[in-house]
Write a protein that binds this ligand. Structure first.
Ligand SMILES: Cc1cc2nc3c(=O)[nH]c(=O)nc-3n(C[C@H](O)[C@H](O)[C@H](O)COP(=O)(O)OP(=O)(O)OC[C@H]3O[C@@H](n4cnc5c(N)ncnc54)[C@H](O)[C@@H]3O)c2cc1C
Length: 393
């Protein structure tokens, strides 16, 4: 049995794993070795590749807003900063904003969130019912009080392109990627010291990052840690509309349904009711959810959607943090050497640059330097002190 050793071993090489590898390797103050272990180099089933690939600053938690603001800055510089030998990666950022709609019942929350977001420098405009009507004549505003529109910094992108850009740059800076499956995390006296692969080989590590998405819970268990994260299926549907919807942003309906332009049409989705949202690992698309729940909501909000045509659809999985739908970042107080970055609950793609940078800082400096994410650590979970994110889509 072969034993190798690296300063940092990252389990999972999609958005979060590749961001961590990139931020470690590009830092002059880090001269260690980085190994990324990814079980599937096709990336066809990872959340990153199956996501709705959108970025917003409209959250109710300050850290989520700040992480996405950094995500936007990262996207602005992406092609330039992550070029490899003059080859510029493309994340195809479309900066057309999110529009969060609210009924009179949700108005107070909308305005409170707006105050927090703009206080942190986000460029979000509160639109009255009349302003919504004027700007979006195709929108049914009859039951709406107001909406919040991202004027800049928000939109959608090519998530696969973002991930591949970070991966390729990390490799060019010295990170090593291997295609293999980690079976378990090896611990000794309260320290995670190595990983064991499916083939039985052991790889020693100075630090280990658990960036395995929905598989993170099983790996945490192998290290004796209960991670309150479960896999939840989310389907995405491509639709075409007979009528054009000028200036259409990513629209978030008060029901939680979303739609945004994609190609000649739109993509759309909605979370199932909590009572029919079990832990799930299959990729069967929830067509009945579209027919019975989503389509009526879409047709109510945009009457032209009454005559929509459906196209390609797919399903992926959220790594859902059951405690508060926010990420769990950093070491567990009872286990040194294993850093978690899990439980993103549907907003991890946009947070990947900020989280990759944060993980690199924890490893290099032993603390956060750019953005203090201490509140996102394990203590709130252990002390049952959740930070509830109200804007989970
Ligand atoms: C339908 C859908 C829509 C979404 N929309 C958005 C959105 O609009 N905006 C947004 O920001 N986020 C969105 N998300 C969430 C986002 O995609 C995730 O939060 C983010 O991609 C998580 O990245 P990750 O690297 O942690 O996980 P993943 O992308 O799932 O990657 C985990 C990787 O670990 C590998 N792995 C797993 N187990 C092992 C093992 N034992 N050994 C080795 N490798 C292993 C897997 O192969 C995989 O490549 C969406 C997700 C879904 C499913």
């Amino acid at each position: 049995m072969e034993t190798k050793s690296y300063d940092v071993v990252i389990i999972g090489g999609a958005a979060i794993g590749s961001a961590a590898a990139y931020f470690l390797c590009q830092n002059d103050q880090f001269d260690g070795t980085v190994l990324v272990i990814e079980k599937d180099f096709s990336y066809q089933y990872c959340a990153t590749a199956l996501s709705a690939a959108s970025i917003r600053h409209q959250f109710s938690t300050a850290e989520n807003i700040q992480m996405s603001q950094f995500g936007t800055e990262f996207l602005y510089r992406f092609s330039q900063d992550l070029a490899v030998n003059g080859d510029k990666p493309e994340a195809s950022f479309v900066e057309k904003g999110y529009l969060f709609l609210s009924t009179p019942n949700g108005y107070q929350t909308l305005t409170e969130n707006h105050e927090l977001q703009t206080g942190l420098g986000a460029n979000i405009k509160l639109l009255s019912n009349n302003q919504l009507k004027e700007r979006y004549p195709w929108l049914n505003t009859s039951d709406l009080a107001a909406g919040c529109l991202g004027i800049s910094g928000e939109g959608w992108l090519d998530a696969y392109g973002l991930m591949q850009g970070m991966r390729k740059k990390a490799i060019s800076l010295g990170a090593k990627y291997i295609e293999a499956t980690v079976k378990r995390i090896v611990c000794k006296n309260g320290v995670a010291t190595a990983v064991e692969l499916e083939d039985g080989s052991i790889i020693k590590a100075g630090a280990i990052i658990n960036a395995a998405g929905t598989a993170a819970t099983k790996l945490a268990k192998s290290a004796g840690i209960e991670l309150p994260v479960e896999s939840r299926k989310r389907s995405v549907f491509y639709i075409e509309c007979p009528q054009s919807l000028p200036q259409c942003p990513m629209v978030i309906d008060p029901s939680g349904a979303y739609f945004r332009p994609e190609g000649k049409g739109f993509i759309t989705g909605i979370a199932p009711h909590p009572n029919s949202d079990p832990e799930s690992y299959d990729f069967n698309v929830q067509h009945e959810l579209f027919e019975e729940v989503l389509w009526p909501i879409l047709a109510h909000r945009v009457p032209a959607f009454e005559a929509l045509r459906t196209g390609h659809s797919w399903a992926g999985h959220y790594d859902m943090n059951l405690v508060d739908q926010n990420l769990i970042l950093g070491e567990h107080p009872e286990l040194k050497g294993l850093l978690f970055a899990n439980g993103f609950s549907g907003h991890g793609m946009q947070q990947s640059p900020a989280v990759g940078r944060a993980l690199s800082e924890l490893i290099i400096y032993g603390k956060y330097k750019s953005l203090d994410l201490s509140r996102m650590g394990w203590n709130r979970i252990i002390n049952n002190n959740p930070i509830i994110e109200k804007n989970v889509v």
